[in-house]
Write a protein that binds this ligand. Sequence first.
Ligand SMILES: [Zn+2]
Length: 335
Amino acid sequence: MDAETGRGRHSVRTLKKIVGVRIPNEAASKLWDIAIADEKIASIQPHDSAFDASAPDVLDGANRLIAPSLCHAHIHLDKCFLLQDPKYSDLQIQSGDFNEAMEMTGEAKSRFDEEDLLRRGRLLIEESIQFGVTAMRAFVEVDGVVQLKCLHAGLRLKDDYRDRCEVQICAFAQLPLFSGQDGGAEVRTLMTVAAAEEGVEVLGSTPYVDDDDSKSKENVRWITRLALARKKHLDLHLDYFLEQDKQPLVWDVLDIVKELEWPKSGQLKIALGHCTRRVASVATKYWRPTCFLCRLAHVGPFHDAYSRRPTWNTTGPGANQTARSECGPFNKQYW
Ligand SMILES: [Zn+2]
């Protein structure tokens, strides 16, 4: 809508009015006219059926619903469309478990190159825009396998689409930060480099892939410190398991971010993904008088901290089956 300003590379006509639309939270039988001034909504009035909707600066909504655009809160920009891509056609799911997902991800990642990452990433962003998405938190992995390839492709896509979709890049350590042959040293070095990139707005890690609780906590502490030092938001893949007798890490995360005085960081936010133990927390010894969402709210700037995953992930029938592949790279839905 900015042909006059010329700011967009995909400009269309400048609109002053959208007429004959339905709007959320109003009766479906009611139609409305929306006036636009300075690229903002100036007024919303009951539809005037006598109004001439044929003018070039008027869009006839034709009884359609108009609603705010959508946001992908969590997508993996580098791992999308692998199942459909001929380059990865030999990598097909057999057992569907977590270990297989990690192995196949590793194999797929070893084949990533710039052309491939940009092509699949563009497909994802274009498809998202088609469905009304104008903002997304996009995870790009950083480790010894892909080095900074995914990050650089993500930053390029962020720039390419800046006029049509806000692609917020999360540099993401899917692999351990304190385990493995080198004790996670290479991943930590690469994440430190990634964190220095201005275009990176979020840092993320996966504490549950480290070898034990102690190392998982180290993971959380290290990535939280780095996020604070570089003034980035934080996004953790947390508690990706359903075993009843295993303690969730979320309480330690809360303790660590409090200890590191995250609330003093100002406007920086923390998001927690997976949290598959949430569904079981009321029935086990790990239940606490207030749910962790309430506790998050009490820690500081966490009012929108919890990146909600699909309901079926933790609460639907067959949660065990869906949870195991929920963040695998081979799901078309990018989770
Ligand atoms: Zn994920």
